[in-house]
Design a protein around this ligand. Structure first.
Ligand code: F6P
Length: 344
């Protein structure tokens, strides 16, 4: 078989580890040839490719980013894009495609399967960890570790100055990173999109903590967190080229409001893209490898229009129709029954 592979959406630690596993499994087990499409769907439409073999995969396991490049656009941004995508694959002799991406890329893959007959298998990727059909997405645990390391460091400087530090982490629609890094880092409060926050309640918790003689507070906020209606002015964001709000900055609003209410000097730290950069941790290297191997096997078994995911302890195949258009929100039993025990 001649397989194609592409990486779409925001990058994520572990992408190269998945590509490596796809190539290894395809070439060594099935005798396939593998072609990589550059810059996601752009590479499909413009027929920009590289041949991938086992030798080219040397050093890929720990390498951050994606050697293929990634973009957020899709064939559906162009009038004749979907047809051109099919024609490109036919012209290049690519019989099936492994799409490593988030909700957007997986939705495109499923439509191309249904409308153009392109054989696809998806691999769930996002540090936000919000894809349905898998217990966890690769890259998430690395991002949590990076955020936790940052919070650990912030504790000591916050304590030295008796300050409040508001730490903003990624999490557009869900607060997975905030919840996990907040628990792991001993946060005083964790603000997530799933639970619009009450700034007065957080201020009261911080005040009472400082009255009890505890020095410093770390408040972790997911970039997509929103204030409860009527409590703070609504946040206004510019749009990115895909028309999505370019998030970032909620921490500054929270910090200002807290400082006014609590009267303790407050600082802001946005961890930003550091969370997505660099080497995947051991857990994500293993998960990426398992998913890459499983994706190739699913293609060979003819299980198209599906995604491979982790359902502990095994790898499962889920129809893309059960994955796309949905968001896997934070397990609120973790937030309400565990994280909140340590608030204040
Ligand atoms: O990949 C998802 C994500 O990390 C979101 O949490 C974040 O809002 C977005 O990517 C930002 O990505 P970029 O700055 O690359 O558009």
């Amino acid at each position: 078989m001649r397989l194609g592979v592409l990486t779409g959406g925001g990058d994520c630690p572990g992408l190269n580890a998945v590509i490596r596993a796809v190539v290894r499994r395809a070439v060594n087990t099935h005798g396939d040839a593998v072609v990589g499409f550059l810059d996601a769907w752009d590479g499909v439409l413009e027929r920009r490719t590289i041949e991938l073999d086992v030798t080219k995969m040397r050093g890929m396991l720990p390498r951050g980013g994606t050697i293929l490049g990634t973009r957020r656009g899709s064939p559906y941004d162009h009038d004749d894009g979907p047809r051109r995508a099919r024609e490109s694959l036919e012209a290049l002799g690519v019989e099936a495609l492994v799409v490593i991406g988030g909700n957007g890329s997986l939705t495109v893959a499923s439509r191309l399967h249904d409308e153009q007959g392109i054989k696809v298998v998806g691999v769930p990727k996002t540090i936000d960890n919000d894809i349905v059909g898998t217990d966890v997405c690769f890259g998430f645990h690395t991002a949590v570790q990076i955020a936790t390391d940052a919070i650990d460091r912030l504790h000591t400087t916050a304590e030295s100055h008796d300050r409040v530090i508001v730490v903003e982490v990624m999490g557009r629609d869900t607060g997975w990173i905030a919840t996990y890094a907040g628990i792991a880092g001993g946060a005083t409060a964790i603000l997530i999109p799933e639970r619009p926050f009450d700034i007065d309640g957080i201020a009261a918790a911080v005040t009472s903590r400082h009255r009890r003689g505890r020095f410093a507070s770390i408040v972790v906020v997911a970039e997509g967190a929103r204030p409860r209606e009527g409590t703070l002015p609504a946040l206004d964001y510019d749009l990115d080229p895909q028309g999505r709000p370019r998030l970032g900055g909620v921490s500054a609003v929270v910090a200002r409001a807290l400082e006014q209410r609590v009267g303790i000097e407050t600082r802001v730290v946005q961890i930003g893209h550091v969370q997505r950069g660099g080497t995947p941790n051991a857990y994500d290297r293993v998960l990426s490898t398992r998913l890459g191997v499983a994706a190739v096997d699913a293609l060979h078994d003819g299980v198209f229009d599906s995604m491979v995911g982790l359902r502990n302890p095994g790898i499962i195949r889920v129809p893309l129709s059960e994955v796309t258009g949905r968001t896997r929100t934070v397990d609120l039993s973790i937030y309400d029954d565990v994280a909140s025990v340590f608030f204040g």
